[in-house]
Write a protein that binds this ligand. Sequence first.
Ligand code: NAD
Ligand code: UFG
Length: 351
Amino acid sequence: MKNKVLITGGAGYIGSHTCIALHEADYDIVVYDNLSNSSREAINRISTLIGQNIEFVEGDIRDTELLRKIFASHEFFGVIHFAGLKAVGESVAKPLLYYNNNVSGTINLLEVMTEYNVKNLVFSSSATVYGDPESLPIDESSKRSCTNPYGQSKLMVEHILEDLAISDTGWNMIALRYFNPVGAHTSGKIGEDPKDIPNNLMPYISQVAIGKLDKLNIFGNDYPTVDGTGVRDFIHVTDLAQGHVAALNYLDKQINLNESRTIQKNLVGFLPINLGTGKGTSVLELISAFSDVSGKTIPYQFTSRRSGDISSCYASADKAKSLLEWQAKLSITDMCKDTWHWQSMNPNGYE
Ligand code: NAD
Ligand code: UFG
């Protein structure tokens, strides 16, 4: 029988790409999303791409009764938990909203999972839990610290999952710490669709390229990097989606292995894994790559540093390679090409 997986936040940017990768890997999926930062059109497009209607439930992870109903009517192997709010600036202005949605919402989901004895989880964590890293590349044992409510909410959930793993060895949980997801599906049918002016670099660049925004503000050119601008580990969303398939496959394999063992049990517990390419790219390097593939000039100006930004951040991707047998394949050129394809085919996103 195919494993069935609940995808919270599956209508969102990373979730929608992961739905396609899971379908291609022969998983059954049920998407659960309150559409607070996504649209029904994304669901329609996923269905078109996979050639069948996906099962979609419009609901909030804080709605216990609805979650119970969904768990009662399906036999889930596990949950991939993307649902959450993600805007750092908004989290500073509305901390209670972020803690309620991201932390209370996750606790609620975990409680219902416990009730229905579904104890396999892949959680969307973030490189933000490393704060300002002491050394590079960042591996999973690096110190964790956060300075804003969004980051805190991810770190709090990681702590909750760690405690849960200690309390009950039946849990198998992987926290995937994403670096900087960019790009879009090669079809150009799904991609990132920011509701307001983008906070993140790649969608901002592509909206400048399409003429929706005048110019890019580059936040600082005096960092100790190759050209003074910030350096990040950009990862194609399609590679990231494959990382989720690899994580589920890993859980499945470990569980089967355990069932066949009589003496030594080796459950997953809480396992944090970076999903990055291991390579850093500067803001100016990304702009140049985007100009090359789109043929568009990206006007920009240097402004002061953005509060809370760090200089450089890139992953050690060794753990994902050795445990999950996964590594990123797509290049910065692929990321820019697919972003531009999505942006030019959908100048107004899913509208
Ligand atoms: P997204 O906003 O596109 O997707 C999140 C989805 O969750 C949205 O469809 C939204 O409607 C849904 N959602 C939010 N709160 C919900 C709730 N209470 N109940 C049900 N659904 C809810 O964001 P994304 O970029 O796809 O990110 C997915 C996850 O990955 C998030 O948890 C985010 O914090 C994390 N993450 C994202 C990045 C990034 O740069 N995109 C980096 C690291 C981690
Ligand atoms: N930048 C600009 N101008 C912009 C936007 C960004 O110069 O308009 C610069 C930033 O200063 C930084 C780089 O581009 O040097 C990347 O910035 P992003 O906002 O795209 O990404 P961040 O690394 O700041 O943060 C993102 C998510 C976080 C997540 C983190 C790690 O916003 O939520 O990646 O996964 F935690």
